[in-house]
Design a protein around this ligand. Structure first.
Ligand SMILES: Cc1cc2nc3c(=O)[nH]c(=O)nc-3n(C[C@H](O)[C@H](O)[C@H](O)COP(=O)(O)OP(=O)(O)OC[C@H]3O[C@@H](n4cnc5c(N)ncnc54)[C@H](O)[C@@H]3O)c2cc1C
Length: 388
Protein backbone atom coordinates (compact mmCIF):
# COMPACT_ATOMS: atom_id res chain seq x y z
CA UNK A 1 0.00 0.00 0.00
CA UNK A 2 1.32 3.48 -0.83
CA UNK A 3 2.05 5.58 2.22
CA UNK A 4 2.40 9.32 2.47
CA UNK A 5 4.65 11.29 4.82
CA UNK A 6 3.14 14.29 6.56
CA UNK A 7 6.48 16.04 6.95
CA UNK A 8 9.39 16.49 4.57
CA UNK A 9 12.55 14.41 4.84
CA UNK A 10 15.88 16.09 5.62
CA UNK A 11 16.84 15.69 1.95
CA UNK A 12 13.64 17.38 0.80
CA UNK A 13 14.20 20.26 3.23
CA UNK A 14 17.76 20.61 1.94
CA UNK A 15 16.45 20.61 -1.63
CA UNK A 16 14.08 23.49 -0.83
CA UNK A 17 16.82 25.36 1.02
CA UNK A 18 19.17 25.00 -1.97
CA UNK A 19 16.56 26.41 -4.37
CA UNK A 20 15.71 29.21 -1.93
CA UNK A 21 19.41 30.14 -1.76
CA UNK A 22 19.48 30.63 -5.53
CA UNK A 23 16.19 32.55 -5.42
CA UNK A 24 17.71 35.03 -2.95
CA UNK A 25 19.99 36.22 -5.72
CA UNK A 26 16.93 36.97 -7.90
CA UNK A 27 14.76 39.31 -5.80
CA UNK A 28 11.54 41.14 -6.67
CA UNK A 29 13.40 43.82 -8.67
CA UNK A 30 14.74 41.13 -11.02
CA UNK A 31 11.31 39.64 -11.78
CA UNK A 32 9.68 43.08 -11.94
CA UNK A 33 12.10 44.30 -14.59
CA UNK A 34 11.61 41.15 -16.65
CA UNK A 35 7.87 41.59 -16.33
CA UNK A 36 8.07 45.15 -17.63
CA UNK A 37 10.31 44.09 -20.53
CA UNK A 38 8.43 40.82 -21.09
CA UNK A 39 11.84 39.17 -21.02
CA UNK A 40 12.83 35.59 -20.17
CA UNK A 41 14.62 34.94 -16.83
CA UNK A 42 17.69 33.68 -18.67
CA UNK A 43 20.17 34.13 -15.80
CA UNK A 44 17.87 32.50 -13.24
CA UNK A 45 17.02 29.49 -15.42
CA UNK A 46 20.68 29.00 -16.35
CA UNK A 47 21.76 29.03 -12.70
CA UNK A 48 18.97 26.67 -11.71
CA UNK A 49 19.92 24.29 -14.53
CA UNK A 50 23.64 24.39 -13.69
CA UNK A 51 22.80 23.52 -10.10
CA UNK A 52 21.01 20.41 -11.43
CA UNK A 53 17.47 21.38 -10.40
CA UNK A 54 15.95 21.25 -13.87
CA UNK A 55 17.38 17.80 -14.47
CA UNK A 56 16.00 16.62 -11.14
CA UNK A 57 13.49 14.24 -12.71
CA UNK A 58 15.83 12.82 -15.36
CA UNK A 59 16.90 9.33 -14.20
CA UNK A 60 20.52 8.95 -13.12
CA UNK A 61 21.28 6.55 -15.99
CA UNK A 62 20.59 9.46 -18.37
CA UNK A 63 22.68 11.95 -16.40
CA UNK A 64 19.99 13.46 -14.16
CA UNK A 65 19.38 13.34 -10.42
CA UNK A 66 16.55 10.79 -10.63
CA UNK A 67 14.29 12.40 -8.04
CA UNK A 68 10.51 11.93 -7.81
CA UNK A 69 7.64 14.18 -8.84
CA UNK A 70 7.25 15.47 -5.27
CA UNK A 71 10.81 16.79 -5.36
CA UNK A 72 10.11 18.39 -8.76
CA UNK A 73 7.06 20.02 -7.16
CA UNK A 74 9.06 21.23 -4.17
CA UNK A 75 11.54 22.95 -6.51
CA UNK A 76 8.76 24.83 -8.33
CA UNK A 77 6.85 25.59 -5.14
CA UNK A 78 9.98 27.12 -3.62
CA UNK A 79 10.64 29.34 -6.65
CA UNK A 80 7.11 30.75 -6.49
CA UNK A 81 7.08 31.02 -2.69
CA UNK A 82 10.26 33.11 -2.96
CA UNK A 83 8.51 35.56 -5.35
CA UNK A 84 9.79 34.15 -8.65
CA UNK A 85 7.93 32.41 -11.44
CA UNK A 86 8.54 28.70 -11.99
CA UNK A 87 6.53 28.87 -15.21
CA UNK A 88 9.74 29.91 -16.93
CA UNK A 89 11.02 26.38 -16.60
CA UNK A 90 8.30 24.04 -15.26
CA UNK A 91 7.41 22.52 -18.63
CA UNK A 92 10.76 20.79 -19.01
CA UNK A 93 9.98 18.68 -15.96
CA UNK A 94 6.76 17.29 -17.38
CA UNK A 95 7.54 17.21 -21.10
CA UNK A 96 10.67 15.22 -20.43
CA UNK A 97 8.48 12.42 -19.04
CA UNK A 98 6.92 11.84 -22.49
CA UNK A 99 10.37 11.24 -23.99
CA UNK A 100 11.35 9.04 -21.05
CA UNK A 101 8.21 6.87 -21.17
CA UNK A 102 7.62 6.66 -24.91
CA UNK A 103 10.86 7.64 -26.66
CA UNK A 104 13.21 5.05 -28.15
CA UNK A 105 16.42 4.20 -26.30
CA UNK A 106 18.29 6.10 -29.01
CA UNK A 107 16.14 9.24 -28.46
CA UNK A 108 16.59 9.02 -24.69
CA UNK A 109 20.39 8.68 -25.00
CA UNK A 110 20.53 11.53 -27.53
CA UNK A 111 18.42 14.04 -25.61
CA UNK A 112 18.05 13.33 -21.90
CA UNK A 113 21.70 13.72 -20.81
CA UNK A 114 21.91 17.06 -22.62
CA UNK A 115 18.59 18.18 -21.12
CA UNK A 116 19.95 17.24 -17.68
CA UNK A 117 23.10 19.34 -18.11
CA UNK A 118 21.24 22.23 -19.72
CA UNK A 119 23.05 21.87 -23.03
CA UNK A 120 19.61 21.44 -24.58
CA UNK A 121 16.42 23.08 -23.37
CA UNK A 122 13.11 21.29 -23.81
CA UNK A 123 10.68 23.95 -22.65
CA UNK A 124 8.21 24.16 -25.56
CA UNK A 125 5.10 22.03 -25.77
CA UNK A 126 2.78 22.59 -28.74
CA UNK A 127 -0.79 21.35 -28.28
CA UNK A 128 -3.32 24.22 -28.21
CA UNK A 129 -4.78 25.48 -31.48
CA UNK A 130 -7.02 28.46 -32.28
CA UNK A 131 -9.87 26.31 -33.66
CA UNK A 132 -9.85 23.47 -31.15
CA UNK A 133 -8.79 24.91 -27.76
CA UNK A 134 -9.54 22.46 -24.95
CA UNK A 135 -11.01 19.98 -27.44
CA UNK A 136 -7.57 18.60 -28.27
CA UNK A 137 -8.58 15.75 -30.56
CA UNK A 138 -10.07 18.29 -32.99
CA UNK A 139 -6.69 19.91 -33.60
CA UNK A 140 -5.99 20.63 -37.26
CA UNK A 141 -2.22 20.74 -37.56
CA UNK A 142 -1.12 17.88 -39.80
CA UNK A 143 2.15 15.98 -40.14
CA UNK A 144 2.36 13.97 -43.36
CA UNK A 145 5.09 11.40 -43.95
CA UNK A 146 7.16 12.00 -47.11
CA UNK A 147 10.07 9.55 -47.33
CA UNK A 148 12.41 10.18 -44.43
CA UNK A 149 10.62 13.40 -43.32
CA UNK A 150 7.30 14.58 -41.96
CA UNK A 151 5.83 17.76 -43.44
CA UNK A 152 3.96 19.85 -40.89
CA UNK A 153 1.24 22.39 -41.72
CA UNK A 154 -1.12 24.29 -39.43
CA UNK A 155 -1.24 26.72 -36.52
CA UNK A 156 -0.79 26.66 -32.77
CA UNK A 157 -1.69 29.33 -30.25
CA UNK A 158 -0.37 30.25 -26.79
CA UNK A 159 2.74 28.10 -27.13
CA UNK A 160 5.21 29.20 -24.50
CA UNK A 161 9.03 29.44 -24.47
CA UNK A 162 9.49 28.54 -28.16
CA UNK A 163 12.13 31.25 -28.56
CA UNK A 164 13.95 30.15 -25.41
CA UNK A 165 13.94 26.42 -26.12
CA UNK A 166 16.13 24.22 -28.33
CA UNK A 167 13.60 21.43 -28.62
CA UNK A 168 9.85 21.27 -28.91
CA UNK A 169 7.34 18.51 -28.31
CA UNK A 170 4.55 18.80 -30.86
CA UNK A 171 1.16 17.11 -31.17
CA UNK A 172 -0.14 16.86 -34.75
CA UNK A 173 -2.60 14.76 -36.72
CA UNK A 174 -0.96 12.09 -38.87
CA UNK A 175 -4.18 10.35 -39.97
CA UNK A 176 -7.26 12.40 -40.96
CA UNK A 177 -10.03 12.21 -38.40
CA UNK A 178 -12.47 10.61 -40.91
CA UNK A 179 -10.07 7.68 -41.36
CA UNK A 180 -9.74 6.66 -37.69
CA UNK A 181 -12.04 4.62 -35.43
CA UNK A 182 -11.81 7.02 -32.47
CA UNK A 183 -11.02 10.75 -32.54
CA UNK A 184 -8.18 10.05 -30.12
CA UNK A 185 -6.45 7.88 -32.75
CA UNK A 186 -4.31 9.30 -35.53
CA UNK A 187 -2.52 11.96 -33.47
CA UNK A 188 1.25 11.75 -33.10
CA UNK A 189 3.93 13.31 -30.94
CA UNK A 190 7.17 14.68 -32.36
CA UNK A 191 10.31 15.93 -30.66
CA UNK A 192 12.18 18.23 -33.01
CA UNK A 193 15.00 20.73 -33.03
CA UNK A 194 13.56 24.25 -33.18
CA UNK A 195 16.90 25.72 -34.20
CA UNK A 196 16.85 23.80 -37.49
CA UNK A 197 13.16 24.32 -38.25
CA UNK A 198 12.48 25.88 -41.66
CA UNK A 199 8.89 26.88 -42.39
CA UNK A 200 8.01 27.78 -38.79
CA UNK A 201 6.96 31.34 -38.01
CA UNK A 202 6.88 32.35 -34.35
CA UNK A 203 4.83 35.43 -33.41
CA UNK A 204 5.26 36.52 -29.79
CA UNK A 205 2.04 37.47 -27.98
CA UNK A 206 1.98 40.10 -25.24
CA UNK A 207 -0.02 38.46 -22.46
CA UNK A 208 -1.38 39.62 -19.09
CA UNK A 209 1.78 38.28 -17.45
CA UNK A 210 5.34 37.64 -18.57
CA UNK A 211 5.07 34.17 -20.06
CA UNK A 212 7.06 34.08 -23.36
CA UNK A 213 3.96 32.91 -25.23
CA UNK A 214 3.56 32.75 -29.02
CA UNK A 215 1.38 31.99 -31.99
CA UNK A 216 2.99 29.46 -34.34
CA UNK A 217 2.49 29.01 -38.07
CA UNK A 218 3.76 25.86 -39.76
CA UNK A 219 4.14 26.22 -43.51
CA UNK A 220 5.49 22.95 -44.95
CA UNK A 221 7.89 22.63 -42.03
CA UNK A 222 9.99 19.50 -42.61
CA UNK A 223 11.27 17.45 -39.70
CA UNK A 224 13.22 14.18 -39.82
CA UNK A 225 11.07 11.03 -39.58
CA UNK A 226 13.04 10.03 -36.46
CA UNK A 227 11.45 12.98 -34.63
CA UNK A 228 8.42 10.75 -34.06
CA UNK A 229 8.06 9.65 -30.44
CA UNK A 230 6.70 6.13 -29.98
CA UNK A 231 4.17 4.82 -32.49
CA UNK A 232 2.53 6.94 -35.14
CA UNK A 233 -1.13 7.59 -34.27
CA UNK A 234 -0.79 6.96 -30.53
CA UNK A 235 0.29 10.47 -29.53
CA UNK A 236 -2.89 11.43 -27.70
CA UNK A 237 -2.44 8.65 -25.17
CA UNK A 238 1.19 9.72 -24.65
CA UNK A 239 0.08 13.28 -23.90
CA UNK A 240 -2.64 12.04 -21.53
CA UNK A 241 0.01 9.93 -19.79
CA UNK A 242 1.99 13.07 -19.01
CA UNK A 243 -0.96 15.00 -17.67
CA UNK A 244 -0.82 13.77 -14.11
CA UNK A 245 2.77 14.97 -13.80
CA UNK A 246 1.77 18.30 -15.33
CA UNK A 247 -1.14 18.72 -12.90
CA UNK A 248 1.04 17.91 -9.86
CA UNK A 249 3.78 20.31 -10.93
CA UNK A 250 1.39 23.13 -11.80
CA UNK A 251 -0.36 22.61 -8.45
CA UNK A 252 3.08 23.14 -6.91
CA UNK A 253 3.50 26.48 -8.72
CA UNK A 254 0.15 27.54 -7.21
CA UNK A 255 1.02 26.31 -3.71
CA UNK A 256 4.18 28.42 -3.87
CA UNK A 257 2.16 31.44 -5.02
CA UNK A 258 -0.33 30.88 -2.19
CA UNK A 259 2.50 30.75 0.38
CA UNK A 260 4.01 33.98 -0.98
CA UNK A 261 0.68 35.86 -0.84
CA UNK A 262 -0.11 34.67 2.68
CA UNK A 263 3.35 35.60 3.96
CA UNK A 264 3.19 39.07 2.36
CA UNK A 265 -0.36 39.62 3.59
CA UNK A 266 0.52 38.67 7.18
CA UNK A 267 3.65 40.85 7.23
CA UNK A 268 1.83 43.87 5.84
CA UNK A 269 -1.27 43.45 8.01
CA UNK A 270 0.88 43.27 11.13
CA UNK A 271 2.80 46.46 10.38
CA UNK A 272 0.22 48.73 8.71
CA UNK A 273 -1.43 50.84 11.42
CA UNK A 274 -4.76 52.51 10.57
CA UNK A 275 -7.32 53.77 13.11
CA UNK A 276 -4.61 53.38 15.74
CA UNK A 277 -4.01 49.61 15.40
CA UNK A 278 -2.57 47.11 12.93
CA UNK A 279 -5.09 46.42 10.17
CA UNK A 280 -4.53 42.67 10.83
CA UNK A 281 -6.36 43.09 14.15
CA UNK A 282 -9.60 43.43 12.16
CA UNK A 283 -11.40 40.17 11.44
CA UNK A 284 -12.37 41.53 8.01
CA UNK A 285 -8.66 41.60 7.19
CA UNK A 286 -7.38 38.51 9.03
CA UNK A 287 -10.15 36.03 8.16
CA UNK A 288 -9.56 36.00 4.37
CA UNK A 289 -5.83 35.53 5.00
CA UNK A 290 -6.43 32.72 7.50
CA UNK A 291 -8.92 31.04 5.14
CA UNK A 292 -6.46 31.26 2.26
CA UNK A 293 -3.77 29.73 4.47
CA UNK A 294 -6.04 26.79 5.30
CA UNK A 295 -6.82 26.29 1.61
CA UNK A 296 -3.13 26.32 0.69
CA UNK A 297 -2.38 23.75 3.42
CA UNK A 298 -5.19 21.50 2.17
CA UNK A 299 -4.04 21.82 -1.44
CA UNK A 300 -0.53 20.89 -0.36
CA UNK A 301 -1.80 17.72 1.32
CA UNK A 302 -3.65 16.74 -1.86
CA UNK A 303 -0.56 17.52 -3.97
CA UNK A 304 1.52 15.34 -1.65
CA UNK A 305 -0.99 12.50 -1.93
CA UNK A 306 -1.04 12.75 -5.73
CA UNK A 307 2.77 12.84 -5.80
CA UNK A 308 3.08 9.84 -3.47
CA UNK A 309 0.77 7.80 -5.72
CA UNK A 310 2.52 9.00 -8.88
CA UNK A 311 5.97 8.12 -7.54
CA UNK A 312 4.69 4.69 -6.49
CA UNK A 313 3.40 4.10 -10.02
CA UNK A 314 -0.22 4.02 -8.78
CA UNK A 315 -3.22 5.59 -10.58
CA UNK A 316 -3.46 9.23 -9.48
CA UNK A 317 -5.68 10.96 -12.05
CA UNK A 318 -8.27 12.00 -9.46
CA UNK A 319 -5.71 13.27 -6.94
CA UNK A 320 -3.57 15.07 -9.55
CA UNK A 321 -6.64 16.86 -10.93
CA UNK A 322 -7.96 17.72 -7.46
CA UNK A 323 -4.54 19.02 -6.44
CA UNK A 324 -4.37 21.27 -9.49
CA UNK A 325 -7.89 22.57 -8.88
CA UNK A 326 -7.52 23.14 -5.12
CA UNK A 327 -4.10 24.74 -5.44
CA UNK A 328 -5.19 27.17 -8.18
CA UNK A 329 -8.25 28.20 -6.13
CA UNK A 330 -6.21 28.54 -2.92
CA UNK A 331 -3.59 30.70 -4.64
CA UNK A 332 -6.30 32.89 -6.13
CA UNK A 333 -8.02 33.34 -2.75
CA UNK A 334 -4.65 34.19 -1.21
CA UNK A 335 -3.93 36.62 -4.07
CA UNK A 336 -7.20 38.47 -3.46
CA UNK A 337 -6.69 38.58 0.31
CA UNK A 338 -3.20 39.95 -0.29
CA UNK A 339 -4.34 42.67 -2.70
CA UNK A 340 -7.21 43.64 -0.39
CA UNK A 341 -5.08 44.02 2.74
CA UNK A 342 -2.50 46.07 0.84
CA UNK A 343 -5.15 48.61 -0.16
CA UNK A 344 -3.78 50.93 -2.86
CA UNK A 345 -0.28 49.50 -2.43
CA UNK A 346 -1.53 46.15 -3.74
CA UNK A 347 -1.78 47.83 -7.13
CA UNK A 348 1.65 49.48 -7.01
CA UNK A 349 4.25 47.63 -9.09
CA UNK A 350 7.03 47.98 -6.52
CA UNK A 351 5.21 45.70 -4.05
CA UNK A 352 5.16 42.78 -6.55
CA UNK A 353 1.65 41.89 -5.35
CA UNK A 354 0.00 42.95 -8.61
CA UNK A 355 2.59 40.98 -10.64
CA UNK A 356 2.12 37.81 -8.61
CA UNK A 357 -1.67 38.37 -8.76
CA UNK A 358 -1.53 38.30 -12.57
CA UNK A 359 0.79 35.28 -12.59
CA UNK A 360 -1.35 33.26 -10.15
CA UNK A 361 -4.51 33.84 -12.19
CA UNK A 362 -3.22 31.78 -15.10
CA UNK A 363 -3.58 28.45 -13.34
CA UNK A 364 -7.36 28.66 -13.17
CA UNK A 365 -7.31 28.51 -16.99
CA UNK A 366 -4.11 26.78 -18.12
CA UNK A 367 -2.83 24.20 -18.74
CA UNK A 368 -6.39 22.98 -18.22
CA UNK A 369 -9.31 25.09 -17.05
CA UNK A 370 -11.08 24.50 -13.75
CA UNK A 371 -14.34 23.55 -15.50
CA UNK A 372 -12.71 20.66 -17.31
CA UNK A 373 -11.07 19.45 -14.11
CA UNK A 374 -14.46 19.56 -12.40
CA UNK A 375 -16.03 17.69 -15.33
CA UNK A 376 -13.30 15.03 -15.00
CA UNK A 377 -14.06 14.54 -11.30
CA UNK A 378 -17.81 14.44 -11.96
CA UNK A 379 -17.48 11.85 -14.69
CA UNK A 380 -14.49 9.69 -13.81
CA UNK A 381 -14.57 9.82 -10.00
CA UNK A 382 -18.28 10.24 -9.24
CA UNK A 383 -19.74 8.36 -12.20
CA UNK A 384 -21.96 11.20 -13.43
CA UNK A 385 -22.79 11.45 -17.15
CA UNK A 386 -20.20 13.02 -19.43
CA UNK A 387 -21.11 16.70 -19.78
CA UNK A 388 -19.33 17.54 -23.04
C1 LIG B 1 -0.14 32.22 -20.73
C2 LIG B 1 -0.56 30.95 -21.41
C3 LIG B 1 0.40 30.01 -21.74
C4 LIG B 1 0.05 28.83 -22.39
N1 LIG B 1 1.04 27.95 -22.79
C5 LIG B 1 0.70 26.87 -23.54
C6 LIG B 1 1.72 26.01 -24.07
O1 LIG B 1 2.91 26.20 -23.82
N2 LIG B 1 1.33 24.97 -24.85
C7 LIG B 1 0.02 24.72 -25.15
O2 LIG B 1 -0.25 23.77 -25.88
N3 LIG B 1 -0.98 25.53 -24.66
C8 LIG B 1 -0.66 26.59 -23.88
N4 LIG B 1 -1.65 27.43 -23.40
C9 LIG B 1 -3.03 27.18 -23.79
C10 LIG B 1 -3.91 26.71 -22.67
O3 LIG B 1 -3.61 25.40 -22.32
C11 LIG B 1 -5.34 26.92 -23.20
O4 LIG B 1 -5.59 28.31 -23.20
C12 LIG B 1 -6.34 26.20 -22.40
O5 LIG B 1 -6.15 24.82 -22.53
C13 LIG B 1 -7.77 26.52 -22.84
O6 LIG B 1 -7.93 26.54 -24.24
P1 LIG B 1 -8.62 27.81 -24.92
O7 LIG B 1 -7.85 29.01 -24.50
O8 LIG B 1 -8.77 27.59 -26.37
O9 LIG B 1 -10.04 27.87 -24.24
P2 LIG B 1 -11.39 27.15 -24.74
O10 LIG B 1 -11.18 25.70 -24.96
O11 LIG B 1 -11.98 27.95 -25.83
O12 LIG B 1 -12.28 27.33 -23.43
C14 LIG B 1 -12.66 28.65 -22.97
C15 LIG B 1 -13.37 28.50 -21.67
O13 LIG B 1 -14.61 27.83 -21.88
C16 LIG B 1 -14.90 26.98 -20.80
N5 LIG B 1 -15.16 25.63 -21.35
C17 LIG B 1 -14.71 25.07 -22.51
N6 LIG B 1 -15.19 23.83 -22.65
C18 LIG B 1 -15.95 23.58 -21.58
C19 LIG B 1 -16.72 22.47 -21.13
N7 LIG B 1 -16.81 21.34 -21.83
N8 LIG B 1 -17.38 22.56 -19.95
C20 LIG B 1 -17.32 23.70 -19.20
N9 LIG B 1 -16.60 24.78 -19.57
C21 LIG B 1 -15.92 24.73 -20.74
C22 LIG B 1 -13.73 27.02 -19.82
O14 LIG B 1 -14.02 27.90 -18.76
C23 LIG B 1 -12.62 27.62 -20.65
O15 LIG B 1 -11.68 28.36 -19.86
C24 LIG B 1 -1.31 28.59 -22.70
C25 LIG B 1 -2.28 29.53 -22.33
C26 LIG B 1 -1.93 30.69 -21.71
C27 LIG B 1 -3.00 31.68 -21.37
Amino acid sequence: MTSMRVSLTDEQRALKAGVAEICKRYPGEYWRQLDQDRAYPEAFVTELTRAGYLGALVPQEYGGVGLGILEGGLILETINACGGNGAACHAQMYIMGTVLRHGSEEQKRRYLPKIATGELRLQAFGVTEPNSGSDTTKLQTTAVRRGDRYVVNGQKIFISRVLQSDLMLLLARTTPVDQVKRRTDGLSVFLFDLRQAQGLEVRPLRMMMNHSTNALFFDNMEIPAESLIGEEGRGFSYIIDGMNAERILVASDSIGDGRWFVEKAVAYSNQRVIFGRPIGANQGVQFPIAKAHMAVEAAELMRNKAAALFDAGQPCGAEANMAKYLAAEAAWDAANACVDCHGGYGFAEEYDVERKFREARLYKVAPVNQNLVTAYIAEHVLGLPRSY
